[in-house]
Design a protein around this ligand. Structure first.
Ligand code: ADP
Ligand code: ADP
Length: 218
């Protein structure tokens, strides 16, 4: 479970996240909806302990995260697919992540299978489409079999099959009792994917309701 309490982040003059409070409960897909620049990534980075709040806190299972290495075990995340080594193959990228985090080699083959990376796992990441990068990022997030998962704009760059696949994956992860937070700037996607919607704009909370209630109120 994730608890966000008065979470605030300033970058100089910019108030990227402004006194945000909400919960992300296990067993549901929670959609994190807002236009580009609303503060979704910044919020997720603070949940992961990659960015320090200016005020307030983000708790995961009752406590803040202190480091980057720790989250992979308890929390898996797909962030901006930028931090991969483009010269590595997909499989090698996952092997390094598994080794660094003390996970068994067999997990690499399991997640490759799970995300449908297929023969692309043997190719260098620099030749990947955005959709393949997303699948690789999701594979890395799933590697340690974490109970809490954050996906930042996972639908970006995916074709229709990919979108359907993501939806089914998110559903399965939630049904397994995991805590799932998924961001998007597309209401049309989130209303089909999420059980609950947290909507933000300019860093502030706009709505926090079940998808059904939110759509009924529109
Ligand atoms: P979203 O993920 O919803 O698109 P972001 O969290 O990326 O939004 O950005 C929220 C705001 O914070 C934007 O105005 C963005 O320009 C600003 N911002 C994000 N990261 C930084 C940074 N490292 N330095 C300065 N401003 C930033
Ligand atoms: P390094 O910083 O040396 O790459 P890390 O253990 O931080 O070592 O990360 C190894 C790989 O695992 C990196 O490629 C990184 O993108 C990925 N990784 C690390 N933490 C996470 C996480 N919480 N969720 C998903 N991938 C992660």
């Amino acid at each position: 479970m994730i608890q966000i309490r008065g979470l605030t982040k300033r970058y100089g003059e910019v108030l990227a996240v402004d006194d945000l409070s909400f919960d992300v409960e296990p067993g549901k897909v929670t959609g994190f909806l807002g236009p580009n620049g609303a503060g979704k990534s910044t919020t997720m980075r603070m949940v992961l302990g990659l960015d320090r709040p200016s005020a307030g806190q983000a708790l995961v299972n009752g406590r803040p995260f202190a480091s980057y290495a720790e989250p992979l075990r308890e929390v898996g995340a797909l962030l901006d697919p930028g931090s991969v080594h483009p010269g590595r193959t997909g499989r090698n990228h996952l092997r390094v992540a598994a080794r660094t985090n003390g996970l068994p080699e067999r997990r690499v083959e399991e997640v490759i299978e799970q995300v449908g990376l297929g023969s692309a796992a043997r190719r260098r990441i620099k030749g990947y489409s955005l959709g393949m990068r997303q699948r690789l990022g999701i594979a890395a997030a799933l590697l340690a079999d974490p109970r809490v998962l954050l996906f930042d704009e996972p639908i970006n760059g995916l074709d229709l099959d990919g979108v359907r696949w993501i939806r089914e994956l998110l559903r399965r992860l939630a049904d397994e009792g995991r805590t799932v937070l998924v961001s998007s700037h597309l209401m049309s996607e989130m209303q089909q994917t999420a059980d609950r919607l947290v909507v933000i704009g300019r860093g502030r909370l706009i709505a926090d309701a079940t998808t059904e209630d939110l759509l009924a109120g529109l």
